[in-house]
Design a protein around this ligand. Structure first.
Ligand code: DGY
Length: 323
């Protein structure tokens, strides 16, 4: 029987690529070079399945008007804001994602950013490397306490809850959360978490605000000039969700004016381009979208995408169907 043609847009962990090769007629991206919009359009025309990731933008314009061969987009990642779902639906294409397996690694990275921003870790590292460090002094590079501080989570899904567990049980932090729909009360009770009626209430009370909502039109610039101004002067903003949840210009302004103490970012508007004004600042930690970047997590994400493909082509129930 002829194998289904599958395109993997970027390099995946080797063990998963090997499994894919045993099951499908796979085209891999050995050089890991990003595909152009035209290449993505060709892929939808010529492959039975396309497996993109957050770095591949699939707007309506890449979906062929007719005659596309692609029947499934098996995304390597949980977020799918880079895929135009109505266009996929119109083309009769199933879309899947990889929820669950990147929860702990992403929450670990959010904690990393929180600790780095609080304790000025990136700035300190730069100072030592520069050779300009003059030695210990009682008033040198003072920073913010993490233990016992208040963490406000915007969004209270899997990753936010994992971060809350680490922060509460590891660092004795008080947990606040904002979530428009009801949260699991068992989780809330265990964490002694307090629900805030509005984002503004949460922001005013928090020493650290961490973003865990999906990227979509409802969350675009959810953090903006108005609510950034409500943050405590010693507070930090942490973003491991999507870049456009934050108005970058507004954040840059409050950081430049030292209206907040710092920020820790893993995601950016228009990434991989990062606003030079942000890069120029000392009081922001900038990581290159590393949330899920551990070998075991990336392998588990690949395995999930693979399972979705296998289920789809065998006409079995699809584990992680988005549409
Ligand atoms: C996701 O899965 O959506 C992450 O942002 C990439 O790991």
């Amino acid at each position: 029987m002829k194998k289904n043609k599958v395109l993997i847009t970027r390099k995946w962990p080797q063990s998963v690529e090997k499994k894919l090769q045993s099951l499908f007629d796979v085209t891999l991206n050995i050089d890991d070079k990003p595909l152009t919009q035209q290449a993505l359009r060709n892929a939808l025309e010529n492959y039975d399945a396309v497996c993109p990731a957050v770095c591949d933008s699939l707007p309506a314009s890449v979906f062929p008007d007719s005659n596309q061969r692609c029947k499934i987009i098996a995304n390597f990642g949980v977020g799918f804001n880079h895929i135009n779902l109505p266009a996929a639906q119109q083309s009769g294409i199933t879309v899947t994602n990889t929820p669950g397996v990147l929860t702990e690694s992403t929450a670990d990275l959010a904690m990393t950013l929180l600790l780095m921003s609080a304790r000025r870790a990136a700035e300190g590292d730069r100072l030592v490397r520069s050779g300009d460090w003059q030695g210990w002094s009682p008033s040198h590079m003072m920073s913010s306490d993490v233990s016992g501080a208040t963490l406000g989570l915007i969004g209270f899904g899997r990753i936010a809850q994992a971060m809350a567990r680490k922060a509460h049980f590891g660092f004795g932090m008080k947990i606040l959360y904002f979530k428009p729909s009801p949260a699991d009360q068992n989780v809330v009770k265990k964490l002694q978490a307090i629900q805030c009626p509005t984002i503004e209430d949460l922001i005013k009370e928090s020493d650290f605000v961490s973003l865990h909502c999906p990227g979509n039109k409802n969350t675009y610039h959810l953090i903006n000039e108005q609510n950034l101004k409500l943050m405590k002067p010693g507070a930090h903003l942490i973003n491991t969700s999507r870049g456009d949840v934050v108005d970058t210009q507004a954040l840059t302004n409050v950081l430049q004016n030292k209206q907040i103490a710092g920020a820790g970012l893993d995601v950016y508007e228009g990434e991989p381009n990062v606003d030079p004004a942000l890069i120029a600042l000392e009081n922001v930690v900038l990581l290159p979208h590393l949330g899920s970047a551990t070998l075991s997590t990336r392998t588990a994400m690949g395995e999930k995408a693979l399972k979705n493909l296998v289920a789809f082509f065998n006409k079995h129930p699809i584990p992680d169907k988005v549409i």
